[in-house]
Write a protein that binds this ligand. Structure first.
Ligand code: CA
Ligand code: CA
Length: 147
């Protein structure tokens, strides 16, 4: 049931991509979602590893944010690059995590991810407003598998 390919339906995946695209219309920050089957590592260190493996540190303002989900572990982590992490208060990531957790507990994974994107983009908008020459520095597609 909970395989990598059917964790989200195609429609749900497209809703997530749309949410990222919408969020990035208001901020120079870059948000990505990555799904992995499982991990034996601590979720936050795995999220950090995946962030770097996906070369998400390759943004001019160091304002990439990764939502990483290990589906069999039913766990997720959020990792923000140095630029954003310097700006937000430490509670911010916890708030975003809580918003997602609430939906994940009821099995509403897509909604949880979309709400997480909205929460993260709220902070990104505030500290990294959209600029006229903005580039889409990181893909908006949901990526999957081992990295
Ligand atoms: Ca951008
Ligand atoms: Ca992007």
């Amino acid at each position: 049931m909970n395989s990598l390919e059917n964790f989200l339906t195609t429609d749900e995946e497209q809703e997530i991509v749309s949410a990222i695209r919408m969020a990035e219309k208001n901020t120079s920050g870059e948000i990505r979602v990555h799904l992995e089957r499982s991990t034996s590592e601590a979720i936050d260190s795995r999220a950090k590893y995946v962030f770097h493996a996906l070369k998400m540190d390759n943004t001019k303002l160091e304002n990439g944010v990764l939502i990483y989900i290990a589906i069999e572990n039913k766990k997720f982590g959020i990792y923000g690059d140095k630029g954003i992490d310097r700006k937000v208060d430490s509670n911010f990531w916890n708030k975003t995590r809580d918003v997602m957790q609430k939906h994940f507990e009821t099995g509403a994974f897509k909604t949880g991810i979309v709400e997480g994107i909205k929460s993260a983009s709220g902070a990104l908008e505030k500290f990294f407003p959209w600029e006229t020459n903005d580039k889409d520095e990181l893909s908006n597609e949901v990526s999957k598998g081992e990295v």
